[in-house]
Design a protein around this ligand. Structure first.
Ligand SMILES: Cc1ncc(C[n+]2csc(CCOP(=O)(O)OP(=O)(O)O)c2C)c(N)n1
Ligand SMILES: [Mg+2]
Length: 308
């Protein structure tokens, strides 16, 4: 596809939004199928952003597509019409490199038009390679330097407690990221202050930038480590909405301690040639690969729609 041209998904994003607003207004639980369709749209957004930028991080964005979908369409109390609403739940993307997934989710939820994803990482765009809370609607915290998100989220959660606010704080970390020492300092602090309004999600895709987490510096067993630091730990299939729903519910019911949800995922999930393939941590797609990825996602979407 020539430079400057892109597939415009804005119509489907807008369509999705109006369909969802009906459902959200009725305040009934959305079916898992609906969530799967949104995750598929988010994956398309990821492909679009990365392809047109010619850089970015598809692997860890794809592994987190269901996590983003669940957070932004079921869990977080947020308002795309009022992104700074004081009593909103907070979300901190600790693994700040996966902006393609984050922006695709924010666009799906209606914080900005889906067509803007094709400006990802371009000069002048408000969708830069790492999240910028001063530029992008819906972004609560700037990030990118790994290891810092839990500290920030714990501070927000403590602030909520001290000011008797009901909002909750969620942060998404990578499994390579938790090799950072600061993570454990923050975990110790969060448990010490009994921050039961804090949920840490670890995207456990088993790969980091240059190998498996096991071979680089194993964080396993992740659940036992967080438990030793005073967390309630739950391990789930991070691509199953049913399991994610149960885990987030458990987190809400857990009192007196923070919860960590260890989401077991596949890096590159949903695109055959990217799955479990280290070279797609960050990687540049050529036109043929982009077309193939989009075809695969479209095929999946058709199957999902047929089944519903
Ligand atoms: C402090 C710091 N060191 C190094 C990097 C460069 N970096 C970006 S992504 C990444 C690997 C992260 O792996 P993981 O946390 O497993 O993320 P995921 O697999 O979800 O992409 C690294 C080392 C960084 N952003 N920050
Ligand atoms: Mg990883």
């Amino acid at each position: 596809m020539p430079d400057g041209m892109f597939r415009d998904y804005s119509l489907s994003f807008t369509g999705r939004r109006s369909l969802l607003s009906d459902i959200l207004e009725r305040e009934v639980g959305m079916e898992y199928k609906e969530l799967q369709i949104i995750a598929n749209d988010i994956r398309k957004g990821i492909m679009e952003a990365v392809y047109h930028a010619g850089c970015g991080h598809p692997g860890g964005s794809l592994s987190a597509a269901e996590i983003f979908t669940y957070l932004f369409f079921k869990e977080l109390n947020i308002d795309e019409m009022d992104p700074g609403k004081p009593d909103r739940d907070r979300f901190v993307l600790s693994k700040g490199h996966i902006t393609p997934g984050y922006y695709a989710a924010l666009a799906q939820r209606g914080f900005f038009p889906g067509a803007e994803l094709s400006t990802f990482r371009k000069l002048g765009s408000r969708l830069q390679g790492h999240p910028d809370m001063k530029k992008t609607p819906g972004v609560d915290m700037s990030s990118g330097s790994l290891g810092q998100g839990i500290s920030v989220a714990a501070g927000m959660a403590l602030s909520g407690k001290l000011s008797f606010k009901d909002y909750r704080v969620y942060t998404l970390a990578g499994d390579g990221e938790i090799q950072e020492g600061q993570v454990w300092e923050a975990a110790m602090f969060a448990a010490h202050r009994k921050l039961d309004n804090l949920v840490v999600i670890v995207d456990n895709n088993n790969l980091q930038i240059d190998g498996t987490v096991e071979e680089i510096c194993s964080p396993y067993p992740i659940d036992k480590k967080f438990e030793a630091f005073g967390f309630h730990a739950v391990t789930v299939n991070g691509h199953s909405f049913e399991e994610l729903e149960k885990a987030f519910l458990t987190a809400k019911q857990t009192k007196g301690k923070p919860t960590v949800i260890i989401a077991e995922t596949v890096k590159g999930k949903g695109i055959s040639f990217m799955e479990n393939n280290l070279s797609w941590h960050s990687g540049v797609m050529n036109e043929e690969q982009y077309e193939l990825a989009m075809e695969e996602l479209e095929r999946e979407r058709k199957l999902l729609c047929q089944e519903s």
